[in-house]
Design a protein around this ligand. Structure first.
Ligand SMILES: Cc1cc2nc3c(=O)[nH]c(=O)nc-3n(C[C@H](O)[C@H](O)[C@H](O)COP(=O)(O)OP(=O)(O)OC[C@H]3O[C@@H](n4cnc5c(N)ncnc54)[C@H](O)[C@@H]3O)c2cc1C
Length: 435
């Protein structure tokens, strides 16, 4: 690999060089926590923006605009002269020369490397389903799903064949975790509350929203009573819930589950994740979901100079349960790694194990309904919804976005209007609704 002094940090006079791959929750938190340390940091991401994934489903369902939940990384770090932001895709790591390899053939030297490249959705060995059942992870995914949902209503308005019209007005969400529940609830509200006055030939209230979960209950990460409440709430707003049946086929015309075929032109995948290939880049062990198995201090086994954090790693909490793939866990890990690096720079090389503290689980179900499990207290209904909303606004970046999101929610909840109902990117050849 190249060793010419062409990349940031190649200068011999450079201080301790840190490369961070991924400007998500874990990567950005590490940068923030390293403020003031005598280091030079290069943060690399294949996208130019940091994304607030917890509200991605609201972009997919036309409630929020893309710019309200994403921020240019370069702008977020503009006041940190020691931080260089690069738009590039990491493709590997050369641990011998200590360089991060990039897709354009370039490379970046590091003294300490932090891999925070997250995860993507997985299709359990059925990648061929992806064109028919897009998952939700990026802004592109969200606008693709939004386009498909809105196009389905548009085409149904012009469709005269009742069978085809029914397929256009059947929305299937696969996976009953928080994302599946939030998507199904919001699509149902879109169809049953927001859309009806806008259409003349169809009654959008007759649209079917079917949530399919292979396990015995939705929101399996929550207690049984909260999960039962979520199920009742979804059913009240018209979502049909199928439990204990795995999807065995996804095509342009619908899904098959438990041997039964359901015609649908809009299928959304909210089941299963696969870690980024960080473990493969280093040739170290990973779990079944591809998550790199890190040492207790979040270093990569055999490489004390490389840390891995967030959704791309597997590590257990003090009670032996796996640390969940959620934003607070990634941020806590970023904080921990920054602490270790700062201590090492002061000559302290003691090994500090990462200790995860679970602050709670939240999921929105629909208008004024949510469930919250803080461990010491469990909440549901309108109060939980208010706390959910305030917490999400608080964690957004920047006053403008907080105000914009609050204003949008006010509009949705008082006037049942969703301002981001835009079909963008034209009609793609992979859109099942095209046929
Ligand atoms: C739809 C959805 C809803 C969610 N809802 C919640 C929620 O309500 N609450 C919650 O706590 N958590 C939620 N999560 C999970 C949470 O978003 C993740 O746990 C969190 O983002 C993990 O942080 P991370 O830093 O590990 O990865 P990410 O935040 O995903 O960041 C990874 C970054 O790495 C970049 N990257 C990936 N590969 C490369 C590469 N090869 N080269 C360069 N850059 C690369 C990506 O572009 C991305 O910016 C949700 C996730 C999704 C998808």
């Amino acid at each position: 690999m190249t060793s010419q002094p062409t990349a940031p940090g190649d200068s011999p006079a450079a201080p301790h060089r840190i490369v961070i791959a991924g400007a998500g929750f874990g990567g950005l938190e590490t940068v923030h926590r390293l403020a003031g340390a005598p280091v030079s940091i290069t943060i690399v991401d294949l996208r130019n923006h940091h994304l607030f994934q917890p509200l991605l489903y609201q972009v997919a369902t036309a409630s929020l605009a893309t710019s309200e939940i994403a921020w240019p990384v370069r702008h977020l770090l503009r006041d940190r002269p020691e931080v260089t932001t690069l738009l590039a895709t990491v493709t590997g790591v050369d641990t011998n020369t200590r360089r991060v390899l990039l897709d354009d053939g370039g490379s970046l030297p590091y003294d300490t490397l932090i891999l925070a490249t997250g995860a993507r959705h997985a299709y359990f060995g059925h990648d061929e389903w992806e064109p028919f059942a897009p998952g939700l992870k990026t802004l592109e995914d969200a606008t693709t799903i939004r386009r498909r949902i809105l196009l389905a209503f548009e085409l149904a308005e012009r469709e005269t064949d009742p069978q085809k019209r029914n397929a256009l007005l059947t929305f299937v969400v696969i996976g009953g975790g928080p994302t599946g529940v939030e998507l199904a609830g919001t699509i149902a509200e879109l169809a049953k509350v927001t859309m009806p006055p806008d259409f003349r030939n169809i009654d959008t209230r007759k649209a079917r929203v079917v949530l399919i979960e292979a396990g015995p209950r939705i929101l399996s990460g929550f207690t049984e009573d909260l999960s039962a409440y979520a199920q009742r709430s979804l059913e009240q707003i018209g979502v049909e819930i199928v439990l204990g049946k795995a999807v065995s086929e996804c095509t342009a015309d619908g899904v098959v589950y438990g041997g039964e075929k359901l015609d649908s032109k809009t299928i959304i995948w909210a089941a299963g994740v696969r870690a980024s290939p960080a473990a493969e880049w280093l040739g170290v062990p990973a779990d079944r979901a591809g998550r790199l198995i890190v040492s207790p201090d979040l270093t990569v086994p055999g490489h004390p100079e490389i840390f891995a954090i967030g959704d791309t790693v597997a590590i257990n909490a003090p009670d032996g349960s796996p640390v969940p793939g959620i934003a607070p866990a990634a941020k806590q890990q970023g904080r921990h790694v920054a602490g270790i690096i700062k201590a090492r720079l002061k000559g302290d090389t003691s090994v500090a194990p990462f200790v995860y503290k679970h602050s709670g689980s939240l999921a929105q179900i629909g208008k004024k309904r949510a469930v919250i499990d803080f461990g010491w207290i469990k909440l549901r209904g309108a109060l939980a919804w208010w706390i959910w909303g305030i917490a999400h606004i608080y964690f957004l970046i920047g006053l403008r976005n907080r105000l914009a999101v609050a204003m949008n929610w006010l509009w949705i909840h008082t006037r049942d209007q969703r301002g981001a109902r835009l079909i963008t990117q034209g009609r793609a050849s992979t859109d099942p609704v095209k046929r």
